[in-house]
Write a protein that binds this ligand. Structure first.
Ligand code: FES
Ligand code: FES
Length: 171
């Protein structure tokens, strides 16, 4: 087998519920795979060093930085990107909250924040301010000063709790 052939790998992943399989360069990062191979450009690339959080996606439900993972490391996994949050043309409650509480300005950092907050609120529906700040501390925003993002997360948590209460009440 030639070196070029040896450097290619088949990767199978499910992204936002849709299965994809590609033969790729084994050195391709997950974020470049999502953006370049699958055309999902909602996940942004900032620092490319695992520092800014712009590239955050969920890998089997866990928030990860897709710039420091190889796509081959995600083989067999279920990935959720920012494109997977809205359903049927309806924004996800976390997206609604960021819009209503002005949690974004230029929006470059927003996909990463949304995915990190999705993980937080899945596991911790009623987080304390310290717990929210702890998660937000992992993502960089050059525009907002973070206070509006903090308010957005509190609003998102309240929206999701209300929604879950409604659904539970319906049963
Ligand atoms: S682009 Fe991945 S952490 Fe900054
Ligand atoms: S809204 Fe511009 S970097 Fe966060």
């Amino acid at each position: 087998m030639s070196e070029a052939m040896a450097a290619r790998r088949t990767v199978s992943v499910t992204v936002n519920g849709v299965a994809h399989e590609r033969v790729i360069d084994a050195r391709l990062t997950l974020v470049d795979f999502l953006r370049g191979e699958l055309g999902m450009t909602g996940t942004h690339v900032g620092c490319e060093h695992g520092l800014c959080g712009a590239c955050t996606v969920l890998l089997d439900g866990q928030a990860v930085r897709s710039c420091i993972l190889l796509a081959v490391q995600a083989d067999g996994a279920a990935i959720t990107t920012v494109e997977g949050l809205a359903t049927g043309g309806q924004l996800h409650p976390i997206q609604e909250a960021f819009m209503e509480a002005h949690g974004l300005q230029c929006g470059f950092c927003t996909p990463g924040f949304l995915m990190a907050v999705t993980e937080l609120l899945e596991g911790t529906p009623d987080p304390t301010e310290d717990e929210i700040r702890d998660v937000l501390g992992g993502n960089l925003c050059r525009c907002t000063g973070y206070e509006a993002i903090l308010a957005s997360v509190k609003l998102a948590a309240a929206k999701l709790r209300a929604l879950r209460g409604t659904v539970a009440g319906d049963g």
